[in-house]
Design a protein around this ligand. Structure first.
Ligand code: SF4
Length: 218
């Protein structure tokens, strides 16, 4: 595990944390400015014994309103991809690097805005605690923001997606695209190809769970 970065969120982590108590504690987090923009903290969800942890960037508009991660269109696509890859959804824990929705107004709509380095650093205690409590066999970063937060700022998905990456984290770590990028594909054919590639990456995770090997980065 990397050295603990400076964040006031550490002070909120219970002394003997459980997923339930940490989730509860995260509701009152004010460690960065995003608490004022989001409706609520959207903590990770899934069994404490999950074999796979999927880490995205931040909750989206729908997740912010409902208070649950991956319940919007990208979450539905993720469920389909997991099913196609043969990964039992009940053995997957889903969460985000940042637990509040960052957005900017465009007319009446709230448009996703990438979290900055300060937001990611401030929110790190929640994610590190989730990883420590769940102890997944495989940690999958979904998208550049998660990959660069957990693997390293120099990591490039375009070069190393689907590969097993060596990190200071305890579980095996790999990275693929965020499912929302598939929804943004320009046409049906591109969307289908992106979905097939995403399923192939998740099938690689399924193989790891069965004791197989994955391509190593480098
Ligand atoms: S984004 Fe994370 S660090 Fe910032 S207020 Fe929300 S829970 Fe706290």
């Amino acid at each position: 595990m990397p050295a603990k970065p400076d964040s006031s969120a550490w002070e909120l982590i219970p002394e003997r944390p459980s997923l339930g108590s940490v989730r509860e504690a995260s509701r009152s987090c004010r460690a960065c400015a995003l608490w004022e923009k989001g409706t609520q903290t959207v903590f990770g969800e899934g069994s404490a014994r999950s074999e796979v942890m999927l880490v995205g960037e931040q909750p989206g508009d729908r997740e912010d309103v409902e208070g649950h991660p991956f319940v919007g269109p990208a979450g539905k696509l993720l469920d389909t991809a997991l099913d196609r890859a043969g990964i039992d959804r009940t053995k997957v824990y889903v969460t985000n690097v940042v637990k509040h929705f960052n957005w900017e107004p465009r007319g009446k709509r709230r448009i996703h805005k990438k979290p900055n380095a300060e937001h990611i650093r401030a929110c790190r205690p929640w994610l590190e605690t989730e990883i420590r409590l769940v102890k997944p066999k495989v940690l999958v970063c979904l998208g550049d923001t998660a990959a660069q937060a957990l693997i390293g700022r120099d990591f490039r998905l375009t070069q190393h997606r689907g590969e097993l990456v060596e990190t200071e984290l305890e579980p095996m770590v790999t990275a693929t695209v965020h499912p929302s990028s598939i929804l943004r594909a320009p046409d049906d054919r591109a969307r289908q190809e992106a979905m097939d590639a995403f399923v192939a990456d998740l099938a690689g995770v399924a193989a790891l769970l069965r004791g197989g090997t994955a391509r190593k980065a480098g």
